[in-house]
Design a binder for this molecule. Structure first.
Ligand code: GTP
Ligand code: MG
Length: 310
């Protein structure tokens, strides 16, 4: 994969999607090569025009000579929902371009797994040598906010009919946006929404970065260059300021998260080591708390369970 083999990259992504048992060791081997790419998150309500926008931004990035990776995260559809199919159709041109790698991720397995998988796939694309990585998610819940944490620059895409900007605040989008976009500016109310957002942003005048609110018509290729420019400007701002403060926190967060997940996976397999104890709990011979304490206070039992690989 590090030598540029796309098939190897695709295989590693599948291992991440399936949460294979060797993911942590794969990522450990990858990590020294991570950190060069620009990661750009694109989120917003369903149908706001995120994919259309990403498509345009990919085109601009390619014109500048950047190689590009796209991760389209779809929490709603289990395997091949309409949105993913839509992404594929719209991004068909780029599919023929070997310097563009597009992958859709969807929910498989437990909650929280999607944020983990997205981050790991973004790391892979980074190590693979992609200059710019776009991560598209439908912005509604905590999972999406978690996913956006891994992006250097977050673009929040809204549409005029999104209506009350209070919704934006409720969804937590105000806090995570580095660039706001009112897409479908060909429709009524776009400028009013822009003004509303700008007023809302002025409630935080102490912020070092002034969040721009831009009007676009992604479908008509209007306003895209201004978005590129804003993303570029934010990137420069970050390298001089916030990245140096936040990146160490992110790495620590990732460390604790991985450790927690790995331990959790081992605990889930406790039955293979302590079927006897599980049976005693099931029969009611021992209460669940005493059973947990029996493991926690027994160094050998702990080592056996937590040290187990499979
Ligand atoms: N009128 C208008 N329509 C647009 C514009 N940009 C995108 N659209 C249309 O809006 C629809 C949804 O666009 P997508 O890019 O799929 O939106 P999305 O946010 O990726 O959608 P999901 O991934 O399903 O949440 C498509 O039919 C686009 O052609 C625009 O500027 N104006
Ligand atoms: Mg989309």
């Amino acid at each position: 994969m590090l030598r540029g083999d796309r098939v190897a990259l695709a295989k590693l992504i599948s291992r991440i999607e399936n949460n294979a048992s060797d993911v942590a060791s794969i990522m450990a081997a990858i990590y020294p090569h991570v950190g060069r790419a620009k990661t750009i998150g694109v989120t917003g309500p369903p149908g706001a025009g995120k994919s259309t926008l990403v498509d345009r931004l990919v085109e601009r990035s390619r014109k500048r000579g950047d190689s590009v990776g796209v991760v389209a995260v779809d929490p709603s559809s289990p395997f091949s929902g309409g949105a993913i199919l839509g992404d594929r159709i719209r991004m068909q041109d780029h599919c023929l371009d070997p310097e563009v790698f597009i992958r859709s991720l969807s929910t498989r397995g437990r909650r929280g797994g999607l944020a983990r998988a997205s981050r790991q796939v973004a790391h892979l694309l980074d190590a693979f040598g992609k200059d710019t990585i776009f991560i598209e998610t439908v912005g509604v819940g905590q999972t999406e906010l978690d996913i956006m944490e891994l992006a250097r620059t977050v673009i929040v895409v809204l549409v005029p009919e999104a209506g009350d900007t209070v919704q934006v605040m409720k969804a937590g989008l105000l806090e995570i946006a580095h660039v706001f976009i009112v897409n479908k500016a060909d429709r009524d109310g776009a400028m009013r929404m822009q003004t509303e957002l700008e007023m809302m942003l002025q409630l935080h005048p102490e912020a070092a970065w002034t969040v721009p609110v831009l009007l676009t018509e992604a479908a008509n290729d209007q306003g895209i260059d201004a978005v590129m420019e804003a993303v570029e400007r934010h990137g420069t701002f970050q390298t001089s300021d916030t990245v140096t403060q936040h990146a160490p926190d992110h790495r620590v967060h990732e460390f604790l998260e991985v450790l927690g997940e790995e331990l959790r996976a081992r605990v889930d397999r406790v039955g293979t080591h302590r079927q006897d104890l599980i049976e005693r709990v099931r029969r009611g011979d021992i209460d669940p708390y005493s059973a947990a304490l029996e493991i926690l206070q027994d160094q050998r039992a702990l080592t056996e369970i937590l040290g187990a690989d499979e």
